[in-house]
Design a protein around this ligand. Structure first.
Ligand SMILES: [Zn+2]
Length: 192
């Protein structure tokens, strides 16, 4: 996973930097903006910066050319499948039906680039948080965490489905399937 990700970030072309105020502590964060060209996808802008004071990390991605609302479907069948690069927009909803996992876009959602393994790690972190607060039983926690560890290593089969009405998200692999999404009316996530 790491090699794949390193190779990916080495191909970034830095465009410029700007300063924002940290939403947590008010310190100045230097945000760097990069352009990245993805074959068969197009150009995207990637922004990221970390607060020097509280370590809050700001991340966002934007597509330079407009996308169509779409559903992205990717099946993990082999361990190497978890290395696929995932472009996740802040508006995307992610589902893994076999594992009963859903990540809804929220006010604090960020756009970023990760891998399938990285996505699963985020679900593991979210689950650990719920378990620490005892919102799930111990038995359930252990069972789910074991399942997620297997998913992280690609030892079980599952499907990652991303719903993105902005058409920014993608999973970079020749086995990714794309389906057009019907735009629902009063879709609140579309408000800019
Ligand atoms: Zn801060």
């Amino acid at each position: 996973m790491v090699n794949n990700m390193e190779e990916f970030t080495r191909n970034l072309e830095k465009l410029f930097e700007y300063i924002i105020k940290c939403p947590l502590c008010g310190s100045e964060i230097i945000v760097s903006e990069y352009k990245y060209t993805i074959p068969y996808y197009g150009d995207i802008l990637i922004s990221s910066g970390t607060c020097p004071n509280c370590k809050y990390t700001y991340r966002n991605i934007e597509q330079l050319s407009g996308g169509e609302p779409r559903k992205i479907i990717y099946k993990v069948e082999y361990p190497s499948d978890v290395n696929a690069i995932v472009i996740k927009s802040s508006h995307a909803r992610i589902e893994i039906p076999e594992l009963g996992l859903i990540a809804e876009p929220g006010v604090y959602s960020q756009g970023y680039i990760t891998t399938i393994e990285g996505l699963i790690v985020e679900f593991i972190e979210a689950l650990n948080f719920l378990c620490r607060r005892e919102e799930l039983s111990n038995v359930k926690c252990i069972e789910l965490l074991q399942k997620l560890e297997k998913a992280r290593n690609g030892e079980i089969e599952y499907t990652v489905v991303i719903y993105d009405y902005m058409g920014i998200s993608d999973i970079i692999s020749n086995k990714t399937l794309h389906e057009k999404l019907e735009v629902k009316e009063n879709k609140e996530n579309l408000s800019q």
